[in-house]
Design a protein around this ligand. Sequence first.
Ligand SMILES: *Cc1c(COP(=O)(O)O)cnc(C)c1O
Length: 399
Amino acid sequence: MSALYGTYARSELAFERGEGMRLYDQHGRSYLDFHSGVAVNALGHGDAHLVTALKAAAEKVWHTANTFTIPEQERLGQRLVEASFADSVFFTNSGAEAIECAIKTARHYFWAKGQPDRYEIIAFTGSFHGRTLGTIAAGGNPDYLEGFGPAAPGFKHARPGDLDSVKALISPQSCAILIEPVQGEGGVTAMTSEFMQGLRKLCDENDMLLVLDEVQCGYGRTGRFFAYEWSGITPDIVAVAKAIGGGFPLGACLAKGDVASSMVPGTHGSTYGGNPLASAMGNAVLDRILAPGFIDHVNQMGQKLAWHLQQLAQRYPDYVLELRGKGLLAGIKITPPVRDFVSRLRDDHQMLVIGAGDNVLRLLPPLIVTEADIIEAVEKIAAAFDAIEAETASVPAVG
Ligand SMILES: *Cc1c(COP(=O)(O)O)cnc(C)c1O
């Protein structure tokens, strides 16, 4: 009996070591990683630059409170500002905290303008923003809200892709629209550029802020540094996390200067957020992701993955219903129950993937993936379909 909370349906598999695209279990068996610890291990496992940076940081100051200047954090913030729309950054330890900061920033902006009644945020069905009380209310998934008391007020939910459903929710209380440019958890649904542009326009017309959750889809994963770049829009606030620390817990809320200007001493804080150790890792990850050619590689691999998945879909029309996603955040809506299929890939084909809503198989390889890895992964999925086919055929018909 484990001493831990039973909050996760854990496999007994435990990994001892990792190298690039592979993880090795306690028996030395190798697994192809198309999971990346939920989009966190963007540089795969054991990246030499990250290991060197971690060792160097461990010899220096690990932690000081945010009431002191943290040079590594200043540098990371400056680099993120230079690489994005933002002028101002707040560092957190996780994605949910980055979203909490985004929500607080948006509400406080209107409060400071003398409009305290404007606190309502229009989010979307099928979204996921984290597991704190605030972010489960923002996500609106009834399964995640049940049993935890009244949902935090101030969130309404429109339908992704449906601008009219957004318009219908805009009121004098509205302050922001919150959206994942590619919904991850909910079923790997990529918003179209037209929809993102439509949201930007609605925000402009109604003096609202556009807040993006790029915790999963940002940081290069779609083939651009931020997923919003595909639509050519400029957001007001963006939350990032997951890949930003390469496995070290780190998140960030990026905002335009005027939007963040009311967040003065006393309005927000975090004990650990962006401490010297975390910021050193953040800088090391950025060294690799912003290196010339890195994001081009992701973009190319995203196209290769899409092409190989199209071949798979043609080969297995009874198993593949739809291909979704963007870049290296890919989804396959399949007919077999996705939870069993994920276990089958893991146990029988030594490949790690993750499920998503709407019975979608989610592929999130480290961004260092090669075409050979992609071909291997697609062959493993094909082999799993073949195995199901063979099992189904061998079951004698009833009656
Ligand atoms: C994972 C995730 C979060 C929450 O991040 P945590 O680090 O688990 O708090 C929020 N939004 C999206 C889109 C995510 O994928």
